[in-house]
Design a protein around this ligand. Structure first.
Ligand code: HEM
Length: 647
């Protein structure tokens, strides 16, 4: 089945259905564009998954929350006991004879002690759960952060969460006292899909799986993957060229989701989803499962824990069927991989990379480690989910950030023309695509994926002087850290230069001292960080080199919806057009190449040829391995991985 119709449509139509337009009455196209260029924050509207049409009510809720925060209603300031006994104290103090006044004095002393004790308690924001649901949870958390500061307790009836938005407290939880925290709620939510995979796992299982999986992402593997990224970007280019020729808009979130799925399928278990051009039940099953994981992470009543409901509720039945399809597919791939490993009989050495199948699965099977099929399936599913939606979201929001920034696009182009021209980037080239990489880093600041990290304390602890009990659920509000006016100058502005000179180190949680967490930090830091950065830089460079992108004229405003990552509510509709001066630039490059300038040598690789190469058997590994071998230690040092922190 041809899938291009799923994300390429005439502007104003999504999947063949007329778009439910939400443009406010009286807001002309021109004023909408003005809003866009003047401040992204202004045009963001928040909404919840699957609840279109209720936006008005939700916005009211949001406004209501603002009013209530400002009125101090949420606050538990001072001591309640002291407040309640105050009228009595005042009454006793009026006693003309004496005993009342003595009692009033005693009460005042006790009240003072109560007030001092209250001052040591963490600020508490109490609320009605309806204030939070119905919008991406990080939006009300940001508003509450502005009132209560870097650490406060959010309390709903019997449930409460400590919300952390302070870099130093974050550092303590993720780095210096990481052992005292587990994934808590997250493990419970993700159990049905990831089991004891690396993201939800804790304790000994986490340690042994991290030790087994991290070595598979070695330098030769990453170099092979950079080849794969380029091949997939060329396939994406072909899709965009078709849309441009037909004058159609493209829903970029869907496009990047398929782009990232194709890559992660090959990279993790050598499966050709080919979702940019086809659709099949396995792809549908992956999406059903992903949506269910997001649904469960934002739903408040875990009814799926009641076994019979898994079979009675249609969405749960569909999810079970999808899980079965994926499980069967993974079992087949694991069996195939085991046969291949037996046949090839290659010695397993450090930085092992199979020529026929460079996937992580192949590395794990070839390592000979005794591991159950269930654990292997959990590992693969975890990597599939961790590496797919996150990267797709990063690319989607990056394109949203640059679509109305011709100044930024011009700088990316200047860099790409100079460094790679029409070539696919090799691993060394990425070192020189520094401004392009900064655009990805800045988009990750504005739209962190995921916007909130979840932990649970395993033992009593003290955070910023406040006592934390064992079992306390904690949210690290990455969105708050990344958007804090106290931590960043012009926090809502897309400014790729904010991280300092391009020659300096790539920004990460260490360079920014935990106010910036694009990939988490400490021992649970993302293991796919350089994989994801290289993938995103390759896609951004190759697509911006070839196309101009503009917001589709009749498309709905770009708005946010949250799941595990930040999605758009109605898509990101862009119109790709072939870059106006591309031929001119190519001629200049060709002339320079003929003139002996080898740096500008251009090898025009056309999408069809690249697609054929990739479907014929994947990456040109020899080239990749040679490239990896040639990559100097200083390259990895420049990206901050020389200390082995990427492992
Ligand atoms: C731009 C893309 C990506 C982003 C933004 C991202 C972000 C993150 C973040 C923030 C964490 C830390 C979660 C926490 O502390 O609770 C994490 C963990 C993780 N990521 Fe990524 N990730 C990306 C791509 C990838 C890729 C491509 C892979 C695999 C190939 C991957 C695999 C993992 C795994 C396995 C963990 C769990 C590590 C552990 O707990 O030991 N991620 N990621």
């Amino acid at each position: 089945m041809d899938t291009s119709a799923l994300f390429v449509q005439k502007p104003g139509h999504i999947s063949g259905q007329p778009v439910h337009r939400k443009k406010p009455a009286g807001l002309s196209q021109r004023s909408r564009r003005l809003q866009t260029s003047q401040g992204r924050q202004e045009r963001l509207v928040v909404a919840a998954i699957g609840s279109e049409g209720k936006d008005k009510a939700k916005l009211k809720l949001g406004e209501n929350l603002d009013d209530r925060i400002m009125s101090g209603e949420f606050s538990d300031v001072g001591s309640t006991k002291e407040r309640l006994t105050r009228p009595l104290r005042k009454l006793l103090a009026q006693d003309p004879i004496g005993p009342g006044r003595v009692l009033a004095l005693a009460l005042a002393r006790v009240g003072q002690r109560w007030r001092t004790a209250a001052a040591r308690r963490m600020p508490v924001a109490r609320g009605d759960i309806r204030e939070i649901i119905g919008q991406p949870v990080f939006i009300p958390l940001f508003k509450l952060y502005q009132v209560y500061g870097g650490i406060f307790k959010l309390s709903f009836g019997p449930k409460n969460f400590v919300v952390v938005s302070d870099p130093q407290i974050t550092k303590q939880i993720l780095l210096t006292n990481a052992g005292a925290h587990s994934k808590g709620l997250l493990s419970e939510i993700l159990d049905f899909v990831m089991g004891t995979g690396l993201i939800p796992a804790d304790g000994q299982i986490w340690r042994s799986r991290r030790r087994a999986i991290v070595p598979s992402l070695h330098k030769k593997y990453i170099a092979a993957m950079v080849e794969l990224f380029g091949d997939c970007a060329l396939r994406g280019t072909a899709v965009l060229e078709r849309a441009a020729a037909e004058g159609k808009a493209v829903e970029m979130e869907n496009f990047f989701s398929r782009f990232a799925l194709d890559i992660i399928g090959k990279a993790v278990f050598n499966y050709e989803f080919d979702s940019l051009t086809t659709d099949d039940p396995v792809i549908q099953a992956v999406y059903t499962t992903l949506r269910e994981a997001e649904y469960r992470s934002t739903a408040f009543i875990p009814y799926w824990n009641i076994k019979p409901l898994l079979y009675l509720v249609p969405r749960q039945r569909r999810c079970l069927e999808a899980l079965q399809i994926i499980s069967d597919t993974l079992d087949e791939l694991i069996a195939k991989c085991k046969r291949l490993v037996e046949e090839e009989d290659e010695e397993f050495v450090e930085e092992f990379l199979s020529q026929a199948d460079p996937s992580i699965l192949h590395f794990l099977v070839a390592s000979g480690e005794e591991i159950t099929s269930k654990q292997l399936r959990d590992d693969l599913m975890t990597l599939l989910i961790a590496g797919h939606e996150t990267t797709a979201a990063v690319l989607t929001w990056t394109f949203s950030c640059i679509a109305d920034r011709p100044d930024v696009v011009a700088r990316i182009r200047e860099e790409v023309d100079r460094v790679i021209g029409d070539r696919k980037p090799g691993i060394e080239d990425i070192r020189n695509l520094r401004f392009t990489a900064r655009c990805i880093a800045e988009s990750q600041r504005l739209y962190p994926q995921p916007p909130v990290l979840i932990r649970r304390s395993l033992e009593p602890d003290t955070l910023a002087g406040f006592e934390i009990q064992e079992g306390q659920d904690i949210f690290i509000a990455t969105w708050n850290l990344h958007r804090s006016p106290q931590l960043w100058d012009r926090p809502d502005e897309f400014d790729p230069d904010r991280f300092g000179p391009l020659e300096g180190p790539a920004p990460n949680e260490v360079t920014e001292d935990f106010k910036y967490l694009p990939f988490g930090g400490g021992k649970r830091k993302c293991i796919g960080d350089q994989f994801a950065i290289f993938e995103s830089v390759t896609a951004l460079a190759m697509l911006v080199r070839r196309f101009d992108f503009a917001f589709a004229p009749d498309a709905p405003p770009v708005s946010m919806t949250t799941g595990a990552t930040i999605h758009t509510t109605n898509g990101l509709w862009l119109c790709p057009k072939p870059r106006a001066d591309l031929e001119e630039v190519r001629q200049r490059e060709a002339a320079a190449a003929q003139g002996g300038n080898s740096a500008a040598a251009v090898a025009h690789e056309e999408p069809a040829a690249a697609g054929a190469a990739s479907s014929a058997g994947g990456c040109p590994l020899q080239t990749a391995a040679a490239a990896a071998a040639a990559v100097s230690a200083s390259f990895w040092a420049a990206w901050g991985w020389a200390d082995g922190s990427w492992m």
